[in-house]
Design a protein around this ligand. Structure first.
Ligand code: URP
Ligand code: ZN
Ligand code: ZN
Length: 494
């Protein structure tokens, strides 16, 4: 070992888990990067003794909404300052929120605007997904390919929400571009017409309370759209990732597609493990706190999601943090306390609680192993969105983004202890047995639980251009099937 190396920080006696391995080592960090892993590393300018504690890669939250313009009078409570602060205190060191195209506007305008919102405020590193709402010929042929080439290699499309949704033909246009440019397409899979049909009839019968949100988006609505999204992906032989999968019916569609070798990836979120539709049926307007889409289901669906997590159906576990305050004019009550369920802004906060909930109820409760935890919360999203190996692992040359975990007797989550700008958490009072003790972002401790220290360094977070995640994008034809299985693509010269 060279005696010349000057280490800025050494994390000693770490019990390290990556997506595949568990081992004990010291971690030597210089200039924000891991430069040594081994026993008895030389002294660093700073030292942390992690003896007896898990040290895992910092979380990558690949689905969160921060300061995203909504266009319906609601306003997100978290900007990049409070959102990334909250993320860091919950063990996340990279976030990937969404630059959302306004209909009639360009993708570039959305990206420029989003950089302005992020740049001076982000505490931790960030990349952007795009949201495409208006796939004009110029967007398809010029803007989107140019942005993909510049590091915006994933985009989300919606099959629901009037202001965002695309029809199947528009989705096919986008999948064709994703195929050619090797980008990842994320799909919000719920059938808009089914939702509209159910909603209209419920409102006509006076069924307006928050609990009817769940009945307006029953599992078959998600199952049908998931099946359709998969079919469109298979037609173009290009990968898609189904976001925020809520339960058994959608899981079955995804699993069947994965079994036949289709390039289908999937994400789930804490709300589908830790909330149920009963949370939408709380007294008065309280249920609005848990309105999100797809909605939380029942206990049997929670079990199905746990099983699928363990069986490798999901590559990504994200928060889908969509922060609206409960009180005040711009959040859940934007249309008043008597608002019908369809007027309540969709989304719940969860950036800070994502990892502690899954570590406690998944790893410590023995439902998933620690490698699976790391895979879904960090390595998987980093790989799928082209940030690996800079992010998502503990390896020489990777950014020194680490979480040193504390474990303890069960303690309740309290919103008063969280760092987001939302006035509630749907997990109030829920017991956890672990929390990130120290979060390290590129070698800097940005959160320390024992003292409550949070780095006051808005703007230190760096923008991360994403690579194309090449390994995932070989088409089945390229995998030497000995004759095309996609004659229609061949006929089109694709
Ligand atoms: O209800 C949700 N999930 N709100 C956030 C927006 C989205 O569709 O992910
Ligand atoms: Zn969505
Ligand atoms: Zn979302």
């Amino acid at each position: 070992m060279s005696g010349d190396v000057c280490l800025d920080l050494v994390v000693r006696n770490a019990r390290i888990a990556t997506g595949s391995d568990v081992f004990n080592a010291d971690i030597g960090i210089a200039n924000g990067v891991i430069v040594m892993l081994g026993a008895q590393l030389p002294r660093g300018a700073r030292e942390i003794d992690a003896a007896g504690r898990w040290v895992l890669p910092g979380g990558v939250d690949a689905h969160c909404h921060l300061d995203q313009p909504t266009g319906d009078g609601s306003v997100m409570a978290d900007d990049f300052a409070s959102g990334t602060r909250s993320a860091a205190c919950g063990g996340t060191t990279t976030v990937i929120p969404f630059a959302c195209q306004q209909r009639g506007g360009t993708l570039q305008a959305a990206v420029d605007d989003y950089h302005r919102r992020a740049q001076a405020l982000a505490l931790i590193d960030y990349a952007f997904h795009l949201i495409v709402t208006d796939p004009t010929p110029d967007v398809l042929e010029r803007e989107l390919p140019a942005l993909i080439a510049r590091g915006y290699t994933s985009f989300k499309i919606y099959m629901t929400y009037d202001a965002l949704k695309l029809n199947d033909r528009q989705i096919l246009d986008l999948l064709a571009i994703a195929r050619r440019e090797r980008a990842m397409t994320m799909i919000h899979a719920e059938n808009a017409d089914c939702i509209a049909w159910l909603t209209e009839r419920m409102l006509a019968r006076g069924l307006t309370a928050p609990s009817y949100h769940a009945l307006s988006r029953v599992p078959v609505v998600e199952r049908e759209a998931t099946h359709r999204a998969i079919s469109l992906s298979e037609m173009l032989d290009t990968p898609v990732l189904i976001v925020h999968v809520s339960g058994r019916e959608a899981i079955e569609q995804i699993q069947q597609a994965q079994w036949r070798g289709a390039p289908i990836y999937a994400e789930t979120c804490p709300q589908y493990l830790f909330l149920t539709e009963d949370d939408l049926a709380l007294e008065g307007f309280e249920g609005a706190k848990c309105i999100c889409s797809p909605p939380p289901r029942d206990a049997a669906n929670q079990d199905a999601v746990w099983r699928a997590l363990d069986h490798g159906v999901f590559s990504v576990f994200s928060s889908d943090h969509a922060p609206f305050r409960f009180d005040g004019p711009h959040g859940k009550k934007a249309y008043g306390e008597q608002a019908t369920f369809d007027k309540v802004p969709n989304g719940i906060p969860g950036l800070e609680t994502r990892l502690a909930l899954l570590f406690s109820e998944g790893v410590l409760a023995g439902r998933i192993d620690v490698n699976r935890f790391v895979e879904m919360t960090s390595t998987g999203p980093a790989k799928l969105y082209g940030l690996h190996p800079r992010k998502g692992t503990i390896a020489i040359g990777s950014d020194a983004d680490l979480v040193i975990w504390d474990t303890f007797e069960p303690r309740p989550i309290r919103n008063a202890d969280l760092h987001h700008n939302v006035d509630y958490t749907p997990y109030e009072g829920r017991l956890v047995r672990a929390w990130p003790g120290i979060t390290i972002s590129r070698g800097d401790a940005v959160w320390q639980r024992d003292t409550g220290f949070v780095a006051d360094a808005p703007g230190r977070g760096q923008f991360l251009p994403c690579e194309r995640p090449v390994a995932l994008h070989r088409s089945r034809r390229e995998r030497k099937t000995g004759g095309s299985v996609f004659p229609w693509l061949e006929a089109l010269g694709m």
